[in-house]
Design a protein around this ligand. Sequence first.
Ligand code: IZC
Ligand code: ZN
Length: 414
Amino acid sequence: MTTVLKNAAQLVGVFGADERRRRGAAMASPGVIEGGALVMSYGHIDWLGPTANLPPLPHDAEVIDVSGQVVLPGFVDSHTHLLFAGSREGEFEQRLRGASYQEITARGGGIMSTVRSVREKTREELKELARPRLKRLLQFGVTTVEVKSGYGLSTADERKCLEAVAELNQEQPVELVPTFLGAHAVPAEYGDRRHEYVRLLLDDMLPDVAQNRLAVFCDVFCETGVFSLSESERILDRARDLGLQLKLHADELTPLGGAELAARLGAVSADHLLCVTEAGIDALAESPTVATLLPGTAFFLGLPYAPARKLIERGVTVALASDCNPGTCPTENLPLVGSMACTQMGMLPGEVVTALTLNAAAALRRSDRVGALAAGRQADVIVCDAPNYAHLFYHFGVNHVRRVYKRGRAVHPV
Ligand code: IZC
Ligand code: ZN
């Protein structure tokens, strides 16, 4: 089956066939073909170029005129906690009255509040709760999404969550990439016996996840009062020995040195970085570790944003993601996160496109397959009702996405 999109105002995200990431000044120019056409068949992009140069097509090809619209690679959301139960409006209000995220956590709220809700749910119930979130992500143009565990915090409950992610991956079009985040918090029942929980992570949970291939990545919430730098290193070392790739919640609320640790361990990404230091930026610039920025979280918590301009100017590979989660960023609107990146972090619209496509795919080690309009790439493609790509972030808060193709198949609308 062949589908052709022709007369696009712009094809955007036309990266090189061998290009796996884009850094520095080049991030601002996400490859544009004006008046472009794109041919998809059998799940892959076959050809793209000016509409006037379209090659001969099979007689049964479906040809769609997308005049006045822009075509991009499906967005990749490389950091979410979207498998959860319950909601945390109460904390939202407490924060608006002046309490901090850390104070709410100390009172037994925060992550543990969601953990209590998730432990009460079955795998089926968790899937049912996640389906509408995945549908909203798809409607906002997301075709690949990373999903973290971390609201189970026991071997059985973490497994329940990761099995739910595996089953959701089979039944709906958004491709899910599972991450084990058993080191999201020390669960309340461990009290001051935190070393026992770290032992459980090392000796029981991580081997269970690895043996049963429940996750691709292992992540740790490395933060003052959560997991220290040395605990994070022990957990990530063990994860790497067991064959998992590494991610890190780094320098989100305090400058602990997470960026340096992520770079030193060869983590695929270091995420958040609101409080990253100069030394942390240097470490990232000299490493292949992707800096994944989550401005929706700074927006929702009312915190200063990550230094995106500095990171880009120093040559760090920068990606953007939603952080979709019930505590610190309850949204699936990834293009709106792109608008925040522009207005709050000074990123240019072209940089935002690169950060939501090629570099976000690099943050999941999938930029050989998705995140670009290039012949041979998987045909994950979106069509947006906008005259140019800047418009996507300029006219903010509305949904410009009109069509979504996953592996060449129309999945929205269906
Ligand atoms: O549920 O609060 N920061 N993890 C690390 C979160 C925020 C999610 C949550
Ligand atoms: Zn997170």
